[in-house]
Design a protein around this ligand. Structure first.
Ligand SMILES: [Mg+2]
Length: 259
């Protein structure tokens, strides 16, 4: 089975709108592959909010074909008996998690601390609660651990900086549930009714440290687009080096038909 895993932000759209040719490319890729799944590390929105914002920029996707770190965190938490989550993320993300697992702000009740986007309301009080839960033995789950994201052409601090602060203070190491975790990729592949070992996997994205690293970790064919973070200097690490590079998503159907 040929399965294509496509990144969203930086690959199909930016915060300024759709990347030229993205809709046509997606339509063509849907014809060429047995299954197409969309994988994002967006941690500032719940899945329903994400689908609405994508539809608003012209990208209409079905709930079952989009994979977010919020859904991955829900999977990880429900796999642990008795899990209670202290959530450091937007209210909508908290609500989505609460549909699957108990959530609590009490550090002595929490078995897990889930960290996502919190730039609009983060405080030392919130950090201290998370820190208390971690020092009491809670596990740190990071929706993602990006260092920065791009908005309006500027780099801004991303969730990874908060994750790193909590790791440093509590002396723990976070488990990342979003990209580049191979388990996240496996979740998307299984949704297509396939197993990783029996499939040809192609990963397309703009971020070498997440999209490309995740694909490389499972032996997928990886394609880096030159939009979004693909405009930034490439990291030296071999783990982040793509199989192919193209200028933008518009070039991906042509490339994947030739290999
Ligand atoms: Mg991206």
């Amino acid at each position: 089975m040929r399965i294509l895993l496509l990144d969203l932000e930086g690959t199909l759209h930016t915060r300024e709108g759709l990347i030229p040719g993205a809709l046509e490319a997606v339509a063509e890729l849907r014809r060429d592959f047995d299954a197409v799944r969309f994988m994002t590390n967006t941690d500032s929105k719940s899945d329903p909010e994400l689908l609405l914002s994508l539809a608003a920029c012209g990208l209409r996707l079905a709930p079952g074909e989009v994979f977010s770190p919020v859904a991955a965190a829900a999977e990880a938490l429900t796999a642990t008996a008795g899990a209670v989550a202290l959530v450091v993320a937007p209210a909508s993300v908290r609500r989505q998690l609460a549909e699957r697992v108990p959530v609590s702000d009490a550090p002595d009740e929490a078995t897990h601390v889930v960290v996502g986007d919190c730039r609009d309301w983060l405080s030392y009080e919130v950090l201290d609660r998370a820190f208390a839960a971690l020092t009491a033995g809670g596990e740190l789950l990071a929706l993602q651990r990006g260092r920065y994201f791009l908005a309006g052409g500027r780099r801004r601090l991303d969730t990874g900086t908060v994750v790193a602060a909590l790791e440093y203070a509590a002396g723990v190491t976070a488990r990342v549930v979003g990209k580049p975790a191979p388990e996240f990729l496996r979740l998307a592949v299984r949704s297509a009714g396939a197993e990783l070992d029996e499939s040809d996997i192609y990963v397309v994205g703009d971020d070498p440290t997440t999209d490309i690293a995740m694909g490389n970790a499972v032996g997928a064919t990886t394609v880096q687009v030159g939009t979004g973070k693909g405009r930034q200097p490439a990291p030296a690490s071999r783990a982040c080096r793509p199989t192919h590079r193209v200028a933008s998503i518009a070039d991906v159907p042509g490339l994947l038909q030739t290999i």
